[in-house]
Design a protein around this ligand. Sequence first.
Ligand code: SAH
Length: 216
Amino acid sequence: MESENYLLKGLRRRMVEDLKAKGIKDKTLLEAFAKVPRHFFVGRGFEEWAYRDQAFQIDCDQTISQPYTVALQTDLLDVEPGDKVLEIGTGSGYQAAILAELGAEVYTVERFKKLMETAKKNLKKAGYTQVKLFYGDGWQGLTEYAPFDKILVTAAAESMPEKLLEQLKPGGQAVIPIGEVNASQKMHRIRRKADGSFSKTTHGLFRFVPMLKGKK
Ligand code: SAH
């Protein structure tokens, strides 16, 4: 990993305190946030802003999610070391780095080639070379690597992404914001039972960029 200065380390520690104050309790998760250098994922010139609890614009009119949103989604996903996790919506690669830091085997799909390439560089700089990146349409999932223990969608799905859910192992779970694209979406946790059927719970309202069809 490239070296970083004390200022950024201090800001990162403060971000973790902020996440705790907002209700994130899982120690392992907070440690992952304390380790991943978010400033490598926000673009040059924004390093000192990287540790504010807010979303940022990245290329292709997309965003890197707010740290609290990343924390909440990751918390709901219940990642265990060794889990095979599929992320839809690589964006900057930050969420993928958090999953890798938690010991997951990460597969991540992005529909903008340019973002996928930048995310790959960001992840390399931050030391997460094990993350597997794919250029494609997340609505299709990654059939050739399925099934997955966990699936995390970081863009707003207008409807239940059935094809993705079919790629979930029995006993596995998915976390997906579902709802109208230009409004708020309900965070869903969808569990696949041993018999292959699904059950779901909802966890508050969020606002994500849309999960669009096809790749660019
Ligand atoms: N997880 C990202 C934030 C993602 S923003 C991070 O940590 O930075 C949502 C991302 O989903 C955008 O980059 C967008 O291009 C991507 N996306 C939207 N629809 C998609 C689809 N169908 N397949 C793959 N990626 C998609």
